[in-house]
Design a protein around this ligand. Structure first.
Ligand code: ASP
Length: 433
């Protein structure tokens, strides 16, 4: 039985945090695979090592003096080592990296050193073997993970080494060159390791006691979600909730390996469990998330509904500009294409001209739209929920510009003005949850 435990940057920011991690790991013999991020912030005005590494890389690339920033990075690791009174010559590893600092140092290699060095320290501190992620996670040259090779590598290495610490966030191409995931990608490493050994559980240790029902910056002390399905989490992550990297679900979902979100600073709190099966079905709504700054491009043409292929032609213009579409609410003789503002900014006027000319349609632009996703596996077949949502928002003076429900009834998407966004989240939380 294997449990994979992954610790995020704030759980590894200092020697104090390392001590908490050791207590957690050693308190359960099943915790044989430990995945670590790079050291995060020790306090709100501190810097994350990964951010410093990006800055270091920019200095090198543009030939700006970089010694101060390198020293900041170096000292963070030495300080952790010293405060743990660890007998380990991390200077040796630091010197190897220092020797490679030049204008052409590959960015992914340099950025990945944040987790590499932290995993070295953690492996010494726990007395576990260091297992380099470059020897497990293999990327195809198109940037996707080669799961067949990766799972085989991971399984074999863990069988041989027994208890391991793996640096998160990166792997390698078949030629050995390092490639990193997108930011927050150590979550994906944890998930991949869980898949390699068919773990009974993937624990993701962070600095919050689970996933909250909604954004705590908008609602004071929101409730914690106890159980959530992978699909619900994806809906919420897509709409802005960011506890876990959204791609970390894919490696574990087919094997139904549950993910538990736990708090390193409060290890006995229950946390959130993510799986295919949830036992508690008492709540209609699991979570509320949202994002601002969408635009709706409304296309109107008389007798549009009779013109076969009109929708396809409209969408193909968006495709030509490489724009990803969020929603397409339709009327009889008009339809609206809702897209994120940053997607269309660069080509908005050309796009509108093309629609007008190619389709002979009128175009109206509605800007400053926010989308809110109300997500819940138990919403399906619940009568009256939509009505209640709309009436509480109306009673609170919030105008609804759009409403859309996914075919599986897992979400309801509401389109409102940007300026109503914060209030709408609070109104929904207080009246419907
Ligand atoms: N250290 C990386 C980041 O800050 C990866 C991670 O922590 O997951 O994005």
């Amino acid at each position: 039985m294997f449990v994979v435990t992954k610790f995020g940057g704030s759980s590894l920011a200092s020697a104090e945090q390392f001590k908490k991690v050791k207590n957690i790991v050693l308190s359960d013999a099943k915790r044989k695979i430990v995945v670590v991020s790079a050291p995060g912030k020790r306090c709100s005005d501190d810097s994350k090592i990964t951010d410093l590494l990006y800055i270091l890389h920019a200095h090198l690339k543009y030939s700006v003096p970089y010694e101060d920033i390198w020293q900041m990075i170096r000292e963070r690791y030495i300080e952790i080592r010293d405060n743990l009174r660890l007998d380990y010559n991390i200077e040796e590893e630091l010197d190897i990296i220092r020797g490679k600092l030049n204008k052409n140092v590959p960015q992914d290699y340099l950025i990945s050193r944040g987790e590499f060095l932290n995993a070295k320290l953690m492996s010494k501190y726990l007395g576990y073997e260091f297992l380099d992620a470059k020897d497990v996670i293999e990327f195809n040259y198109d940037g996707t993970v080669n799961y067949d090779v990766t799972v085989e590598n991971g399984r074999k290495k863990v069988e041989e080494l027994k208890q391991v610490v793996v640096p998160g966030f990166y792997g390698a191409y078949p030629n050995g060159n390092i490639k990193i995931f997108s930011r927050g990608g150590s979550d994906i490493t944890g998930s991949i390791m869980a898949r390699c050994v068919n773990a009974s559980l993937y624990e993701n240790w962070t600095d919050v006691s689970g996933i909250m029902v909604t954004d705590p910056r908008l609602v004071k002390n929101p409730k914690t979600i106890k159980e959530i399905t992978y699909n619900e989490l994806r809906e919420l992550s897509y709409m802005g909730a960011n506890v876990l990297h959204e791609d970390s679900i894919f490696p574990v979902q087919p094997l139904n390996i549950p993910i538990k979100i736990l708090n390193t600073n409060d290890p006995t709190s229950e946390g959130t469990i993510i799986s295919n099966e949830c036992k508690d079905n008492s709540q209609a709504i699991t979570g509320i998330a949202g994002k601002k700054n969408f635009v709706a491009i409304t296309v109107a043409k008389t007798h549009m509904s009779n013109e076969v292929g009109f929708l396809r032609k409209t969408l193909s213009i968006f495709e030509r500009y490489g724009i990803s579409i969020e929603h397409v609410p339709t009327g009889i003789d008009n339809l609206s294409i809702v897209v994120a503002r940053d997607q269309v900014e660069r080509c908005l006027y050309e796009l509108i001209v093309d629609i007008k000319q190619e389709l002979g349609a009128e175009v109206t632009l509605y800007e400053d739209i926010a989308l809110i996703a109300v997500v819940g596996r138990n919403m399906a077949n619940k009568r009256g929920l939509c009505g209640k949502l709309l009436s509480v928002l109306g009673e609170n003076g919030i105008n609804m510009k759009m409403i859309d429900q996914g075919p599986d009834e897992l979400n309801i998407i509401l389109g409102i003005n940007n300026s109503d966004y914060e209030k709408a989240i609070r109104v929904i939380y207080e009246n419907i949850m």
